[in-house]
Design a protein around this ligand. Structure first.
Ligand code: MN
Ligand code: MN
Length: 282
């Protein structure tokens, strides 16, 4: 489904897909570095048309830049390479769409997008708050990624959905700043109104899904959403001005059935279609 020909990025395109196969800071089970490759392989089994959005990938202007080569043992160097790649996409007028990798890869992409759009808002789907000040003394960890993002944007420009795990301190912080929202229909309508015409970065940590339908992830957390909840979320934000997006934390080898990779690929398809719908006013 996704085009791997790297020559495609020489042609004009609205959305640039790129793999960030990095899992150097994961706190529990590794394997997210194999995510991008598994998403591409699984995408071959999916249709290009979305019955819900009534759109086809063939009508989306996107290119796949392939995977970045990232040094697993050097976190700042890996993040710098991702930041540069996102900047290059933006310079070419393309919306960066990152395939993780662990959730920390979102940080440099959001930094690059925020350089261009100072009024950026960020919507995070995740089981985990990712609002720790540090994790075992490390500030650049997937467990701290949204706290680092908040240092850029301020917590008032972040909304978090699906969160069901965190520390007492993280929950106190999120409640104080009102970042938490839900997938209830009225809250989705409220989220859409809150985003308004502002540029949106959408970060989907796939462990927001229930481990029953998405076991292939490093830090599974019971009590997650199903596919149709995710689809309702996307319908609610369709038409928003999406200027950056990512799908992270697929660890394909932790799900021998391969269904987690298929779900991730379907997320990517629907998010590409959604981003295209909002591209008119990017
Ligand atoms: Mn996360
Ligand atoms: Mn998570």
């Amino acid at each position: 489904m996704f085009d791997r020909t790297e020559t495609a990025i020489d042609e004009p395109h609205a959305i640039r897909v790129m793999g960030a196969p990095f899992d150097g800071t994961v706190s529990f089970r590794p394997g997210a570095r194999f995510g991008p490759e598994a998403i591409r392989a699984a995408s071959d089994g999916l249709e290009t048309w979305s019955p819900v959005l009534d759109l086809d990938l063939q009508d989306v202007s996107y290119a796949d830049a392939g995977d970045l080569e990232l040094p697993m043992g050097d976190v700042p160097a890996a993040l710098a390479l991702i930041r540069e790649a996102a900047r290059r996409a933006l310079e070419h007028g393309a919306v960066p769409f990152l395939l993780g990798g662990e959730h920390l890869v979102s940080l440099p992409a959001i930094e690059a997008v925020h350089e261009r759009y100072s009024d950026l808002v960020v919507v995070q789907l995740d089981a985990h708050a990712d609002q720790r000040e540090h994790y075992l003394g490390v500030r650049l960890s997937h467990a701290c990624v949204m706290r680092r993002v908040a240092e850029l944007t301020g917590l008032e420009r972040i909304r978090q959905l699906g969160i069901r795990s965190g520390t007492r301190e993280e929950y106190a912080l999120m409640r104080e700043h009102g970042t938490l929202s839900t997938f209830r229909q009225q809250d989705l309508a409220g989220l859409r109104a809150w985003i308004g015409g502002r540029p949106l970065y959408l970060s989907v940590d796939l462990d927001v899904f229930d481990p029953g339908c998405f076991p292939g992830t490093g830090t599974p957390e019971p009590g997650g959403i199903d596919w149709w909840t995710f689809q309702r979320f996307l319908q609610a934000i369709a038409g928003c001005r999406i200027v950056g997006l990512d799908v992270v934390e697929l660890a394909p080898q932790l799900d021998a059935s391969g269904c987690s990779s298929v779900l991730a690929a379907k997320c990517v398809r629907e998010m590409l279609l959604c981003a295209q719908m909002g591209a008119g006013h990017a």
